[in-house]
Design a protein around this ligand. Sequence first.
Ligand code: TRP
Length: 334
Amino acid sequence: MTDNQSTKKRVFSGIQPSGNLTIGNYLGAIKNWVAEQHNYDNIFCVVDLHALTVPQDPQVLFQKTREVALLYLACGIDLEHCAIFVQSDITAHSELTWLLNTVTPVGWLERMTQYKDKSAKQESIGTGLLDYPVLMAADIILYDTHYVPVGEDQKQHLELTRDIVLRFNSLYGDTFVLPEVLIPKAGARVKGLDDPTAKMSKSSDKQGHALHLLDPPKVLRKSIMRATTDSENRIAFDPEKQAGVTNLLTIYQAITNMSEEAVLNEFDGEGYGTLKKRVAEAVIETLEPIQKRYHEMAADPAYIEQILKEGADRIRPLAEHRLYVAQKNMGIRK
Ligand code: TRP
């Protein structure tokens, strides 16, 4: 964040350190962050407090938080244009969440589809799971964010963030910037290889479901070769009838930056075996340099600690200022 960047619009986004980042996180989010990073003043967060809304092993959570941050860097996030930090390192996120809770009706939260899905799978539902989108709103508005690049599945949370901002500003006066969602033009929505009707999940440990950014080439190839397809024997983008083939084509298209048409041309007359082999080659070729950079940086654990400390130190004043203005407007600060 150099001086000439202060005129650029602010972008904020984050990923939960709950599992192993997948090619879906890369092609759907990080790759676009990297491609667009020069155009904005960016903040990318590892949202460890969000991960705590479902049970986590403490040691694993700590380690995965560092891993996600290192993967941001390994994928090409440039600290010239971006700050990266861990959510819990800036306590203003938790503090602002409380203030926002007081203006957020429970009904708004109960309507969130992600909450409905996640709570349906649990016997006892933590308050944190319900409150998840309020913490997300705090993340975003603490930094006067203009744009939030997220996948389709987070659009509803962004709308809720906007509702909270409008309500807060109308109750207490102009306090927060109204953020906008930024759905990336080329953001691929990658599905599970074993079940191409559902989003590829980083928290599933089923073999053959996901392609993890740190999977060895052998594992990547095996998962792709075993991916669910169909018996149509036709290479086409048809998410309804050929979800598996479409998913492989989508991965290929996003990785190679080719048009749909060019991809179809390339595979004209080919069988599923060839499609899978080429997808595997493309995935491995893309991930190898990322893995190499990751392992180089991970060799020195002090390195990422330093980066994360600097990231938090750099942006903490922004968050503390916005929190203070909110507190003052609410009557709890002078
Ligand atoms: N809820 C987001 C997800 O699961 C993660 C997230 C938390 C986030 N805080 C955010 C994304 C702020 C963008 C901005 O994908």
